[in-house]
Write a protein that binds this ligand. Structure first.
Ligand SMILES: Nc1ncnc2c1ncn2[C@@H]1O[C@H](COP(=O)(O)OP(=O)(O)O)[C@@H](O)[C@H]1O
Ligand SMILES: [Mg+2]
Length: 263
């Protein structure tokens, strides 16, 4: 494991510099996003919000290394080369249908040849934290959408990546389950403070979860604004929602997002 020196401590976890991504289809150029400049600190929770098609997913895929940028750079400060740098959680439950809940959560750990006892301890811990008690041997087809998403989240955290990249993980859930999973996600995050980038189309969700919100302009996406969200932690949605500060945040962000959606 590489030790952090003083210089590293001051470096951002992710530094995005003049990042642009273009696609070419049928000789037509599609600019997915352009000239993104952003510094994300270690342990920060960021939400990316923006109109549909503004390049959020593509940006996340570039950050995950699944896609290469057309120009610009992404620098990621890797602190422990024995662990995965990032893990992704998708909107659709990207869990293996042929594996039990236990095996899905254990998957990344087993791949890293972590001793069986240690795997068991970690998996059981995340089963507990994500409210999947009693479901270890269950298969995905036997689970509701909310439960499957819990498995995705448990697997991503169990993997212990330095950065979590989440692409609208709660978008397909009903309101009640979404509220419960948001609260659970924050509880897990409070206990290990991973660097998180979370895409959402819900302003409520972004305010509730994040330290910072990056609002993107409509297609082709660029940064329209960055908002700092300063509610105390640990947070509780019910109490935050009823504050004047929440309403003010919501209307400012919605005012700017609406302009982009209508554009
Ligand atoms: N593989 C691809 N090939 C061509 N165009 C793409 C590809 N992926 C995304 N795009 C285009 O890039 C733009 C941004 O897409 P996306 O990142 O999915 O936006 P968002 O996640 O914000 O809805 C859209 O115009 C989309 O059609
Ligand atoms: Mg998307």
């Amino acid at each position: 494991m590489s030790e952090l020196n003083n210089n590293d401590a001051k470096r951002p976890k992710i530094k995005i510099d003049h990042l642009t991504k273009e696609f070419y289809s049928k000789k037509k150029k599609i600019i997915a996003f352009q000239d993104i400049n952003l510094e994300i600190g270690k342990g920060e929770f960021w939400c990316f919000v923006g109109p549909s098609g503004c390049g959020k997913t593509t940006l996340l895929r570039v950050l995950a290394g699944l896609e290469t940028a057309t120009s610009g750079t992404v620098e990621v400060l890797q602190e422990d080369s024995t662990k995965p740098l990032n893990s992704m959680v998708f909107q659709e439950h990207a869990i293996f249908p042929w594996m039990s809940v236990y095996d899905n959560i254990a998957y990344g750990l087993k791949n890293r040849r972590i001793p069986k006892n240690a795997v068991k301890e970690i998996v059981e811990d995340y089963i507990e934290k994500t409210g999947l008690n009693g479901f270890a041997k269950t298969f995905p087809y036997q689970l509701s959408g909310g439960m499957k998403q819990r498995v995705s989240i448990a697997r991503a955290f169990a993997n212990d990546p330095e950065i979590l990249l989440m692409d609208e993980p709660f978008a397909s859930l009903d309101e009640q389950n979404r509220l419960i999973l948001q609260q659970e996600l924050l509880q897990i995050w409070e206990s290990n403070r991973k660097t998180v980038i979370f895409i959402t189309h819900s302003i409520d969700e972004a305010i509730f979860l994040s330290d910072h919100i990056m609002l993107m302009s409509g297609h082709p996406g660029s940064i329209k604004n960055v908002f700092d969200i300063s509610f105390d932690r640990p947070r509780d949605m019910t109490s935050i929602r009823s504050t004047p500060n929440f309403n003010e945040c919501f209307s400012t962000i919605w005012g700017q997002l609406r302009e982009e959606v209508k554009r």
